[in-house]
Design a protein around this ligand. Structure first.
Ligand code: AMP
Ligand code: ZN
Length: 113
Protein backbone atom coordinates (compact mmCIF):
# COMPACT_ATOMS: atom_id res chain seq x y z
CA UNK A 1 0.00 0.00 0.00
CA UNK A 2 1.38 3.38 -1.01
CA UNK A 3 -0.37 6.56 0.24
CA UNK A 4 0.98 8.30 -2.87
CA UNK A 5 -0.75 5.85 -5.19
CA UNK A 6 -4.28 6.51 -6.46
CA UNK A 7 -5.12 2.85 -7.09
CA UNK A 8 -3.80 1.81 -3.66
CA UNK A 9 -6.09 4.40 -2.05
CA UNK A 10 -9.05 3.16 -4.12
CA UNK A 11 -8.27 -0.46 -3.18
CA UNK A 12 -8.17 0.35 0.54
CA UNK A 13 -11.34 2.46 0.30
CA UNK A 14 -9.96 5.90 1.12
CA UNK A 15 -10.63 7.21 -2.42
CA UNK A 16 -13.97 6.88 -4.21
CA UNK A 17 -14.42 4.74 -7.32
CA UNK A 18 -17.20 2.82 -9.04
CA UNK A 19 -16.23 -0.72 -7.99
CA UNK A 20 -17.93 -3.46 -10.04
CA UNK A 21 -16.05 -6.47 -8.62
CA UNK A 22 -13.90 -7.14 -5.59
CA UNK A 23 -12.12 -10.16 -4.13
CA UNK A 24 -9.25 -10.54 -1.65
CA UNK A 25 -6.63 -9.94 -4.36
CA UNK A 26 -8.25 -7.78 -7.04
CA UNK A 27 -10.69 -4.92 -7.56
CA UNK A 28 -12.38 -3.93 -10.82
CA UNK A 29 -13.50 -0.32 -11.27
CA UNK A 30 -15.05 1.75 -14.04
CA UNK A 31 -12.51 3.98 -15.80
CA UNK A 32 -13.21 7.64 -15.09
CA UNK A 33 -12.50 8.55 -18.74
CA UNK A 34 -14.01 5.64 -20.69
CA UNK A 35 -12.59 4.94 -24.16
CA UNK A 36 -15.36 2.45 -25.00
CA UNK A 37 -18.98 1.86 -23.89
CA UNK A 38 -17.54 -0.56 -21.32
CA UNK A 39 -14.14 0.46 -19.92
CA UNK A 40 -13.04 -1.22 -16.70
CA UNK A 41 -9.72 -1.37 -14.87
CA UNK A 42 -8.68 -4.67 -13.29
CA UNK A 43 -6.34 -3.80 -10.42
CA UNK A 44 -4.39 -6.03 -8.04
CA UNK A 45 -4.61 -4.84 -4.43
CA UNK A 46 -0.85 -5.33 -4.09
CA UNK A 47 1.13 -2.30 -5.19
CA UNK A 48 3.23 -3.09 -8.24
CA UNK A 49 4.34 -0.16 -10.36
CA UNK A 50 3.85 -1.87 -13.70
CA UNK A 51 3.89 -5.24 -15.45
CA UNK A 52 7.66 -4.98 -15.35
CA UNK A 53 7.63 -5.31 -11.54
CA UNK A 54 5.62 -8.55 -11.40
CA UNK A 55 7.69 -11.46 -10.10
CA UNK A 56 5.01 -13.69 -8.57
CA UNK A 57 3.03 -15.22 -11.47
CA UNK A 58 -0.02 -15.66 -9.23
CA UNK A 59 -0.57 -11.90 -9.62
CA UNK A 60 -1.34 -12.49 -13.29
CA UNK A 61 -3.65 -15.42 -12.61
CA UNK A 62 -5.61 -13.37 -10.07
CA UNK A 63 -5.91 -10.37 -12.37
CA UNK A 64 -6.69 -12.25 -15.57
CA UNK A 65 -9.15 -14.61 -13.91
CA UNK A 66 -10.98 -11.62 -12.46
CA UNK A 67 -11.03 -9.91 -15.88
CA UNK A 68 -12.54 -12.92 -17.63
CA UNK A 69 -14.99 -13.55 -14.81
CA UNK A 70 -16.27 -9.97 -14.98
CA UNK A 71 -16.46 -10.12 -18.79
CA UNK A 72 -18.56 -13.28 -18.56
CA UNK A 73 -20.76 -11.91 -15.76
CA UNK A 74 -21.41 -8.70 -17.73
CA UNK A 75 -22.29 -10.66 -20.88
CA UNK A 76 -19.39 -9.27 -22.91
CA UNK A 77 -18.10 -12.49 -24.47
CA UNK A 78 -20.44 -12.67 -27.45
CA UNK A 79 -19.57 -9.16 -28.64
CA UNK A 80 -15.89 -9.53 -27.82
CA UNK A 81 -13.69 -7.60 -25.47
CA UNK A 82 -10.11 -6.42 -25.33
CA UNK A 83 -7.62 -6.66 -22.45
CA UNK A 84 -4.78 -4.12 -22.53
CA UNK A 85 -1.76 -3.53 -20.31
CA UNK A 86 0.17 -0.32 -20.93
CA UNK A 87 3.67 -0.83 -19.50
CA UNK A 88 5.74 2.34 -19.20
CA UNK A 89 5.14 5.92 -20.29
CA UNK A 90 6.11 5.15 -23.87
CA UNK A 91 3.24 2.69 -24.09
CA UNK A 92 0.78 5.14 -22.56
CA UNK A 93 0.89 4.14 -18.87
CA UNK A 94 -0.21 7.12 -16.76
CA UNK A 95 -0.98 5.49 -13.38
CA UNK A 96 2.00 3.69 -11.83
CA UNK A 97 0.08 0.80 -10.31
CA UNK A 98 -0.39 -2.32 -12.41
CA UNK A 99 -3.79 -2.56 -14.09
CA UNK A 100 -5.43 -4.29 -17.03
CA UNK A 101 -7.90 -2.33 -19.14
CA UNK A 102 -11.04 -4.30 -20.08
CA UNK A 103 -12.72 -2.64 -23.06
CA UNK A 104 -15.91 -3.70 -24.81
CA UNK A 105 -19.01 -2.48 -26.57
CA UNK A 106 -17.57 -1.28 -29.87
CA UNK A 107 -15.38 -2.45 -32.75
CA UNK A 108 -11.64 -2.23 -32.01
CA UNK A 109 -8.94 -1.57 -34.59
CA UNK A 110 -5.84 -3.73 -34.95
CA UNK A 111 -3.08 -2.96 -34.31
CA UNK A 112 -3.90 -0.52 -31.51
CA UNK A 113 -2.73 3.04 -32.10
P1 AMP B 1 -3.00 3.93 -18.07
O1 AMP B 1 -2.97 5.22 -18.88
O2 AMP B 1 -2.85 2.68 -18.86
O3 AMP B 1 -2.03 4.03 -16.91
O4 AMP B 1 -4.46 3.85 -17.46
C1 AMP B 1 -4.85 4.60 -16.35
C2 AMP B 1 -6.33 4.77 -16.45
O5 AMP B 1 -6.80 5.21 -15.18
C3 AMP B 1 -6.80 5.81 -17.48
O6 AMP B 1 -7.64 5.18 -18.44
C4 AMP B 1 -7.56 6.82 -16.63
O7 AMP B 1 -8.71 7.32 -17.29
C5 AMP B 1 -7.92 6.01 -15.40
N1 AMP B 1 -8.15 6.77 -14.18
C6 AMP B 1 -7.39 7.78 -13.69
N2 AMP B 1 -7.90 8.20 -12.51
C7 AMP B 1 -8.98 7.43 -12.25
C8 AMP B 1 -9.93 7.38 -11.18
N3 AMP B 1 -9.87 8.22 -10.13
N4 AMP B 1 -10.93 6.46 -11.25
C9 AMP B 1 -11.01 5.63 -12.32
N5 AMP B 1 -10.14 5.62 -13.35
C10 AMP B 1 -9.15 6.52 -13.32
ZN1 ZN C 1 -0.48 1.39 -5.75
Amino acid sequence: MSRDCLFCRIAEGSERADIVYSDPDVIVIRDIHPRAPVHLLVIPRQHLGSADEVEDPSVWSSVMNAAVRVARDMGLCAGGYRLVVNCGAGAGQTVSHLHVHLLAGRIFQWPPG
